[in-house]
Design a protein around this ligand. Structure first.
Ligand code: SF4
Length: 702
């Protein structure tokens, strides 16, 4: 707290992690401003951050009391916390006894605070005895996680935001940071304004707002990113723009890579990507000449059936040029959610344990068992996000507890998801908003405290840990998530291991698990965060809370032999094929002023004014072929479902493709504009991240 009414916090939307100052008024409502001292945003906030106060000042949609129903024909009724949690624990125990611990699961969120994430993991993996805890970060960053681990030996972003101002070529692939990571993009634009020679290259099938500020737009056809990166790699090798010394001393796998990228001609790559050879050559020339080469990417690479391959192919460009571990250089995955990284740190995916330990590793399992003092940690991999909902549908998963996420809008193939939720024997939904579409499937609803109503930590996209202070009390009977978890653990009979005097004790326990690991944060505490503001991991006890801005400056990677691995996987996009019936490729993504499933941002009139209803973007040539006009209500259909939305026509999208925003669900729009009715649940075989960016559809007049 900076004075009696003013609190430091971090924006709870995207992974940029902008610092905020929350001021509590005499009336009890809050105002929010950008923190001028914060190293990320330096006082700036984007449109979503500038309107954060409405999400807590307006409580009209808030869930205020626990609710329960004994069967789905009955309405939900208010009950006490004890009643709701006792019933949940009783049903969990019954299923565990009858069907085993893998019959229950937790589905959590990249918006959970680190302490919450840590406790959910501890409870499921250390005490219930299953690994069935996964997160909506599976839909977001898991391909990047695997890409980093395979190439650099650890799920680690090697760069920091200050590298933006030290770079002279920025390559953005599969992302629209001007809308989705706005404050970072403002820093990129300011850097370009000050240094007009800086080159910005954007790879995207759409002409987005990010493209508007770039020097070169590579408008590839969806799914061809790996081919483009191979083409760039080929040219860099041909032009001798690689770093042979770095390759020889600090990498493995170059010869296999070289053979792969030379297996096609540049013309073949360009034809497949549906762009001109000259554009690829120009991009390669700029990368070759650069002193600071930064690559940035988001969901266009991650949300793919070959997401890991896409990640590796981009990271390889930094490795073959030796442009990593140096100021202004390196690969930079832009995290989607505010605490996706914090969640990974504490083991928030179903194949991980705390401190980036691996579930497959018996030594790691034994370490965590000893640390937690719970039961044996199962070596069976837990269900991932989409697998959980399939398992509900098949009946192998009986009970699911959904925390801080709205899968009835955000998961792919929503008709399948709804079937799973209907067939589940128990659905518990823990949320702040009654607007969540998932609430209508719940047997038990638990009201949670929102941002500014609880304390805890988050880690942003550049490994920066910040403390979010509690500014106001939660309304009604809402409780912070950590209290809900600890109360439930007690009802399950594990209370002694979930007995914390404060939230900072939970963080301190987690920090202890990191000692000696690559993500050591034993130098971080609530006290040090209050003193320093924010700290980038790793930050050991010996680091005097200085943290680490950039990793691999010593060229010692986190692989067993300390060498980065130049890997090649499959390059062919294994998404579903287009056909005569469904000839267009549907892309999905975000718009500037809405966040995820809009339960918070749709409360703000100003944000709804940007784009107020669901839409589809289509190239004018494709529209003309179908005799469609701008403003028509059209039906978008495929074998999984259909939606009806308003048609936008332009030349800002690649012919043969169309685009829908992922935000709208049934509750927020009765015209049925859910993009995820159409997306498929194919997943990358390694990262298990869904293929949101490639669904075969047809568009016709409604
Ligand atoms: Fe919040 Fe992201 Fe906007 Fe910053 S850029 S204010 S973190 S939504």
């Amino acid at each position: 707290m900076t004075n009696k009414n003013t609190y430091k916090s971090t924006c709870c939307y995207c992974g940029v992690g902008c610092g905020t100052i929350v001021t509590v008024q005499d009336s009890g409502s809050v105002t929010v401003a950008g923190d001028p001292e914060h190293p990320v945003n330096r006082g700036m906030l984007c449109s979503k951050g500038m309107n954060l106060q409405y999400t807590v000042n307006d409580t009209s949609d808030r869930l205020l009391t626990p609710q329960m129903r004994l069967n789905r024909n009955m309405p939900l009724q208010d009950v006490s916390w004890d009643t709701a949690l006792e019933r949940t624990a009783k049903i969990f125990k019954t299923f565990i006894e009858k069907y085993g611990p893998d019959s229950v699961g937790f589905y959590v969120s990249g918006q959970c605070l680190t302490e919450e994430y840590y406790l959910w993991n501890k409870l499921m993996k250390g005490f219930i005895g299953s690994n069935n805890i996964d997160t909506n970060s599976r839909l977001c960053m898991s391909s990047a996680v695997v890409g980093y681990k395979m190439s650099l030996g650890e799920d680690v972003v090697p760069v920091c935001y200050d590298d933006i101002e030290l770079s002279d070529v920025i390559l953005v692939e599969g992302g629209n940071p001007a809308w989705c990571h706005p404050i970072i993009w403002r820093r990129v634009e300011a850097h370009k304004e000050r240094n007009p020679d800086v080159k910005i290259i954007v790879v995207d099938p759409r002409k987005t707002q990010t493209v508007n500020s770039c020097d070169l737009h590579l408008d590839i056809f969806p799914g061809t990113d790996v081919y483009l990166n191979y083409a760039l790699g080929r040219i860099l090798i041909e032009k001798n723009a690689i770093d042979p010394e770095f390759i020889a001393n600090h990498t493995d796998g170059f010869e296999i890579y070289k053979e792969k990228v030379f297996s096609w001609t540049l013309d073949e790559y360009a034809d497949t990507c549906k762009i001109e050879v000259e554009k690829i050559e120009l991009a390669a020339e700029w990368i070759a000449k650069s002193k600071g080469f930064l690559s940035m990417w988001t969901m266009g690479l991650n949300q793919s059936v070959i997401g890991v391959s896409k990640n590796l192919s981009l990271i390889n460009l930094s490795l073959i040029t030796g442009k990593i571990g140096k100021p202004g250089n390196g690969p930079f995955s832009l995290t989607g959610q505010p605490n996706a990284m914090g969640g990974r740190e504490v083991g928030g995916l179903s194949n991980m344990l705390a401190s980036h330990r691996s579930l497959e590793n018996p030594v790691h399992r034994a370490e965590m068992k000893t640390f937690w003092g719970g039961g044996e940690i199962s070596d069976r991999p837990g269900l991932t996000a989409t697998e959980m909902f399939k398992a509900l549908e098949s009946g192998s998963l009986k009970a699911i507890w959904i925390i801080c996420t709205n899968p009835a809008v955000s998961l792919p193939d929503l008709n399948m998801v709804e079937e799973g939720l209907k067939k589940a024997k128990l659905v518990v939904v823990q949320d702040i908003s009654s607007k969540s579409d998932t609430v209508k499937f719940a047997d038990i609803v638990l009201p949670a405290a929102a941002w500014a109503e609880k304390e805890g930590t988050m880690t942003n996209a550049e490994r920066r840990i910040s403390l979010l202070e509690k500014a106001i009390p939660a309304p009604g009977q809402c409780l912070p998530d950590v209290e809900i978890i600890c109360k439930f653990a007690d009802k399950m009979g594990f209370g002694d291991s979930f007995n914390y005097a404060s939230t900072q004790d939970i963080y301190a326990e987690y920090a202890t698990t990191t000692e000696g690991t690559n993500i050591d944060v034993t130098g971080v505490s609530y006290k040090s965060l209050k003193e320093k503001g924010t700290i980038q991991w790793p930050a050991t006890k010996k680091s005097e809370n200085k943290g680490t801005a950039r990793i691999f400056e010593d060229n010692a990677f986190f692989t067993p032999n300390k060498k980065a691995q130049i890997k090649v996987l499959n390059e062919k996009n294994d998404s579903e094929s287009t056909s005569e019936d469904f000839p267009l490729v549907l892309l999905t993504g975000r718009i500037r002023d809405q966040w995820h499933t809009m339960t918070k941002t749709s409360k703000v009139n100003k944000l709804n004014q940007h784009i107020g209803k669901p839409f589809v973007d289509m190239h004018l040539q494709d529209a003309a072929n179908r005799n469609l006009k701008a403003g028509d209500i059209v039906k978008i259909k495929n074998k999984r479902g259909e939606v009806q939305v308003t048609l936008n026509i332009s030349e800002d999208i690649k012919p043969g493709t169309c685009f829908m925003a992922m935000h709208w669900g049934k509750i927020l729009n009765s015209t049925f504009g859910r993009a995820n009715n159409l997306t498929n649940n194919l997943i990358d075989p390694i990262s298990k991240e869904p293929d949101f960016k490639y669904a075969a559809v047809e568009v016709s007049r409604f």
